[in-house]
Structure formats: structure tokens, C-alpha cells
Design a protein around this ligand. Structure first.
Ligand SMILES: [Zn+2]
Length: 400
């Protein structure tokens, strides 16, 4: 997805803010309707039923009726899509949740029929058509993807507007070299490739992190509602937005590169969502190691792993395989010996049987590349899911 800075004039900005408020209202209504619903149960209203309810709501609330029906209906369609993605067992994402004012502001426009609602005004300027606002200028900072069917307009916490064109990336042709790569996701290293390459998501630089800590202290000291507080919040939001941009950029570039270089791409069948959830535990049995796990989960999400896998599947359709991750961190990729003691530390693997040693994440990536259904030593042939986390936990506990 490519984002461009959007520059609405003040009158347009007022319209965009209304669109955001309406989309958020409609979305939250849908969230509320689905909040008591669990998979397998019937009863939550579907998209068509919700559209009917939207018509009723518009009849009741003039402020909603004054807004764009296109924007409001699209919010419902987005919600239906998010729900379907949440229920997709193969590649689940987080359950759609409440949108907060000032935090998750945005709405989607679907291009009218075949008409492409983007114009180029000059070398550096384009304009995109938005209902009730008309043509809004944006910075033509890079190529606008051909074949984009919709665009999403967002306002970040720093008050900046963006437009992102959604186009399913063109499949990248396989290099036809017969090469298979395994990718292991990590925390210290964002991803390890079976050919030994280590990829790291660029986060904030040391200076930026120092600045962020200073700002957070400033925010904590500032009085509620004060100018100083608002300034600190804005600066923090800018830094966080920069971090997100870098992570997204990384996922795009890394996935393109991998899709170009390898015929077959194997990744762990890792349900990030499951792991993210397990940390909270339940009221009856609170999750163990909640603090440490929360740290790990932040790491996973921050690493942009989920985004990268989705992009790989877009760019290399039919060439991505998900492999059972059981024992990939304990199995020697050279001789096949499985032993937890071989994992010397988070970074180091040294086989207790044959002495083969390499970077632990690379060793795991090599197992993933081989696509082994690994079984425990002397085991019964059933690959039990093994908790891959302890070695990561140890390092995280030390870091937090
Ligand atoms: Zn070995």
C-alpha cells in the first residue's frame, strides 16, 4: 500500500473530519452489534441487514443523513471484510475493535465504476476525488499504482492527512531457479532466512528513542489540558507514525525481494493472533508470565511479521507454504537431532549430537525450508506443539 500526504483546504478538511466521524460511528455500531457474538453462534446481523439499519439511523439522525452515504456504507463493508478476515482460520487477524476519536480516524472511498478518480496536476501534485469535498490535492511523491480500486483517507494522531491507494500488488514472477527459502520470525532479529540472511525491521534510531523517552516524561509532568501537554502528545504521535511508516516500508521491500529471489517460500504457520490473545489470560486463570509475554507479543507485532506474510502471499500467490513450527528451534538442521539443550541461547544453536552450530534463527529457518513435520526424539510420531518461547522470554525478561 502506498501512502501520500493529502492537503485538504480548510473547508475540505471540515468535510473530511465529518466523514471520519460518520465512518467511526457506523463502524462502532457494527462492533457493538457483534460484541456478544462468538464464532459458531447465529444471530449477528449481516451486511445487508446493517445497511437497512443504516438507512433507519440516517432517517433518525440528521447529522448522519447530512453525511455521505457512500462513506457510511463503505464503513459497513469494511467491517464485514474485517470480520471475515478475523474468522479466516488460515490467516487470522485481530477482531475488529472500537475506533476511538482522534486515534483511528479514516474512511474508504471505492472508485466510481470504472472511472479512475485520480488526476495528476503537475509533476509533484495530484488530486483525488472525495464525495462532498471534491478534488483534494495530494503530494505525488511516487508512482500511483495502476489498477487501484479504492483509496483510504486517514488522519493520524499528529493531525496529518494521508491517502492510500489499495491495489493488490501484481504477482511477481517466480525466478524459476528451483530455490526454496525458509523464513523464521524472531524478535531480536525480525526474520531469518534459511540462506543465512538476517533481516531487521528498522525502528526508531537511538536518538529518536531518547527523544521519545524525554517527550513521554514531559507528557507525564504536563498538566491536563495544557498547551505543553498537547505539544508533547503531537510530537510523540509524529515519532510513532514515523516508526509505523518504516515498518510498513520494510514489509513491502522485503516481501518483493524474497518473492523475486525464490521459487518456494516456506514460513511458520504461526497464529500471531492466538499468541497475542493468550497473554491476557482469563479472569479464572490469569495468563502466566503476562508481563513477559506482552513484551514478546509487542515484539512480534512490531516486527511487522503478519504484514510481511500477507504481502508475500499477494506477491507470490501459490508459492507460499505454511509449515508446522513445532520443534523448528530445537531440531538440528544438519542431522535432525532434536534436543532443547541445543538451543544454547537466543542467538546460538549448537547441536548436542553432531556439533553443527549456527545462528539459532537461521537453523530454525533451515528446518522450515525443509518443511519437516518434525517429531520429538524417541517420540510417538505426533508433533506436539512446543512452546517456542522460553528462549525468547528469557531475553525479554532481561531487557524489560
Ligand atoms: Zn546435529
Amino acid at each position: 500500500m502506498s501512502r501520500y500526504r493529502l492537503f485538504p483546504v480548510p473547508a475540505q478538511e471540515a468535510v473530511l473530519r465529518d466523514h471520519c466521524a460518520h465512518a467511526r460511528y457506523v463502524w462502532n455500531l457494527a462492533v457493538e452489534q457483534h460484541s456478544h457474538w462468538r464464532p459458531g453462534r447465529e444471530g449477528a446481523p449481516g451486511y445487508l441487514e446493517q445497511c437497512r439499519q443504516l438507512t433507519q439511523a440516517r432517517a433518525k439522525h440528521p447529522w448522519l443523513a447530512a453525511g455521505s452515504q457512500t462513506v457510511q456504507q463503505q464503513a459497513l463493508r469494511d467491517f464485514a471484510w474485517a470480520m471475515a478476515a478475523y474468522l479466516d482460520r488460515g490467516n487470522p487477524v485481530r477482531r475488529p475493535s472500537w475506533r476511538k476519536a482522534g486515534r483511528n480516524e479514516g474512511f474508504r472511498i471505492v472508485g466510481r465504476r470504472r472511472q479512475w478518480d485520480v488526476r495528476r496536476l503537475s509533476r509533484r501534485t495530484g488530486a483525488v476525488w472525495i464525495p462532498k469535498a471534491g478534488w483534494v490535492r495530494f503530494r505525488w511523491s511516487r508512482l500511483v499504482p495502476v489498477g487501484a480500486k479504492s483509496y483510504r483517507v486517514t488522519m493520524d494522531r499528529a493531525g496529518r492527512w494521508h491517502v492510500a491507494f489499495t491495489a493488490i500488488p501484481e504477482p511477481i514472477r517466480a525466478p524459476d531457479n528451483g530455490e526454496v527459502v525458509g523464513i523464521d520470525r524472531g524478535v531480536a532479529v525480525s526474520a531469518a532466512l534459511s540462506d543465512g540472511e538476517l533481516l531487521t525491521v528498522p525502528g526508531l534510531t537511538g536518538r529518536e528513542r531518547t527523544k521519545l523517552r524525554r517527550l513521554e516524561r514531559k507528557l507525564a509532568r504536563a498538566k491536563r489540558g495544557s498547551n505543553r501537554r498537547a505539544q508533547a502528545r503531537l510530537a510523540i504521535a509524529r515519532l510513532r507514525a514515523r516508526e509505523t511508516d518504516r515498518r510498513k516500508d520494510w514489509a513491502e521491500k522485503a516481501s518483493t525481494d524474497i518473492a523475486r529471489r525464490f521459487d518456494m517460500i516456506r514460513v511458520e504457520d504461526l497464529q500471531v493472533r492466538k499468541m497475542t490473545r493468550s497473554a491476557k489470560g482469563t479472569a479464572v486463570s490469569p495468563g502466566r508470565n503476562v508481563r513477559a509475554k506482552a513484551g514478546l507479543n509487542r515484539g512480534i507485532l512490531r516486527s511487522g511479521w503478519g504484514l510481511m506474510v500477507r504481502r508475500l502471499e499477494d506477491k507470490a500467490p501459490g508459492r507460499v507454504e505454511k509449515v508446522n513450527p513445532a520443534f523448528t528451534s530445537q531440531r538440528c538442521s544438519a542431522c535432525g537431532h532434536v534436543d532443547a539443550n541445543s538451543r544454547e541461547s537466543q542467538a546460538r544453536f549448537a547441536c548436542t549430537a553432531c556439533g553443527f552450530a549456527c545462528h539459532a534463527d537461521v537453523n530454525a529457518a533451515r528446518n522450515i525450508a525443509a518443511g519437516h513435520a518434525v517429531t520429538a526424539r524417541g517420540g510417538d510420531g505426533i508433533a506436539r506443539p512446543v512452546n517456542r518461547e522460553p528462549h525468547l522470554l528469557a531475553s525479554l525478561v532481561g531487557r524489560e
